[in-house]
Design a protein around this ligand. Structure first.
Ligand SMILES: *Cc1c(COP(=O)(O)O)cnc(C)c1O
Length: 401
């Protein structure tokens, strides 16, 4: 009998007892709203902002309701107006085109390369031809592109870079934290990301006007003094009356959960990478599976893994089904219909007809993806990867390239 893996790919770790106690105190106190503080007290949300700004090494941080919300506010606060073009990777998750659409912006999708990075040549071409003033750069599935090349292109055309760091919280590239390359960055604290409060988002920047606008947009009324990493009063005075309130605040319970998790983030990055490296090594033992080399200077967080089985298209659904029958949840980005989180630029029909992106479709046509939950241990990861290796070998008998 072939081994069947029995743990869940969607199971998170428990929230630690200290955090549960803190959240219980907040519940007992009844002051759940971030601006409902006693005199002289900082709210949990404000404390989280101060702590995350320190972790990230930036001046300003806003805690808000979701990663997608943080993205939309980041775009608006950095000046995107209805009708403006926004460059964006063609391989990303649905909240990204959604955030652009939310601002009234019009996405201009850029190809991705073989390693799921935004394609630098296509970016250079579209930066020159599109007239876009913004790039929404997703570090999709944690893969950080050549940031020197990207920043050089964006400086040349005066393009403001907004980083989507949903999969790179805690990661660095050539020593700089992901999120600190562009003018503003957005992070997610949704259950499947690197810190988990169920829902939640963080926006970071060193730009005082973007920070002030983002804080007002998030629904601070005139209570912006009650923030943990905000610019001076004088900056708010400049923007406050011309900035709308798009309520999307974080509450104190979520902030308390995230404060607890932030303390363990770097340790969890190490734990993710130990699991990732076992998966990578075991998948690579098969000559039928490609797992890309990552740059030496990319300090990634291995919270998911991508790999390319050498199979013809018809083999991928068979592989996904065979792995599922053995308890292994493999996603394939090449299907014609979006499933779970695998939607593709050509499935966002509300954006209208998009120019074909053959390179992206070719890469995604071979891209398989697995989550790496911390509730797996390293030996679980070895077992999961062995099952994938065995099933790819089986499927290759009928469907090899
Ligand atoms: C999760 C995610 C977001 C934002 O997510 P929310 O669910 O809104 O917190 C943005 N970009 C990517 C690539 C994501 O995976």
């Amino acid at each position: 009998m072939a081994d069947v893996f029995s743990k869940s790919f969607t199971q998170q770790e428990a929230i630690d007892e200290d955090t549960i106690a803190r959240v219980t105190d907040i519940l007992r106190g009844g002051r759940l709203h971030r601006y409902n503080t006693n005199p002289g007290e900082s709210s949990e949300a404000a404390l989280l902002e101060a702590e995350y700004a320190a972790y990230q090494g930036v001046k300003y941080c806003l805690a808000c309701s979701s990663g997608g919300y943080a993205l939309a506010v980041a775009l608006r606060a950095s000046g995107v107006k209805p009708g403006d073009k926004v460059l964006a990777n063609a391989y990303t998750l649905a909240p990204v085109p959604g955030a652009i659409h939310n601002t009234g912006g019009v996405p201009v999708f850029v190809e991705v390369d073989d390693n799921w990075h935004i394609d630098v040549d296509d970016l250079a071409q579209k930066a020159a031809s599109s007239g876009a003033r913004h790039l929404m750069l997703s570090h999709m599935r944690g893969h950080i592109a050549d940031m020197d090349a990207i920043m050089e292109i964006c400086e040349r055309y005066d393009i403001c870079v907004v980083e989507d760091c949903a999969h790179t919280m805690g990661a660095r590239w050539k020593g700089t934290r992901s999120g600190n390359f562009g003018r503003v960055a957005a992070f997610s604290a949704q259950t499947y990301k690197h810190i988990n409060s169920g829902e939640g988002g963080l926006l970071t920047t060193d730009d005082e006007e973007i920070a002030a606008r983002a804080i007002i947009m998030s629904g601070s009324y005139m209570l912006y003094e009650n923030h943990g990493a905000a610019p001076d009063e004088s900056v708010f005075a400049k923007v406050m009356l011309e900035t709308p309130n798009y309520s999307g605040r974080m509450d104190n319970m979520r902030a308390a959960i995230l404060r607890g998790q932030l303390l363990g983030l770097d340790e969890n990055v190490r734990r993710w990478n130990g699991r990732y490296q076992m998966l990578e090594r075991t998948l690579r033992s098969s000559s039928l599976i490609e797992v890309s080399e990552r740059a030496q200077h990319e300090e990634y967080v291995g919270s998911s893994i991508q790999f390319k089985p050498r199979l013809e298209k018809a083999g991928f659904d068979v592989l996904v089904d065979r792995c599922a029958a053995r308890g292994v949840d493999v996603k394939w980005f090449g299907g014609d219909e979006p499933k779970a989180f695998t939607s593709r630029y050509d499935s966002w029909r509300y954006l209208g007809e998009q120019a074909p992106l053959p390179k992206t479709l070719a890469v995604l046509g071979r891209t398989c993806d697995m989550r790496v939950p911390l509730t797996f241990d390293v030996s679980d990861c070895e077992m999961v990867a062995k099952i994938v290796v065995e099933e790819v070998a089986q499927v290759a008998n009928q469907h090899s390239l």
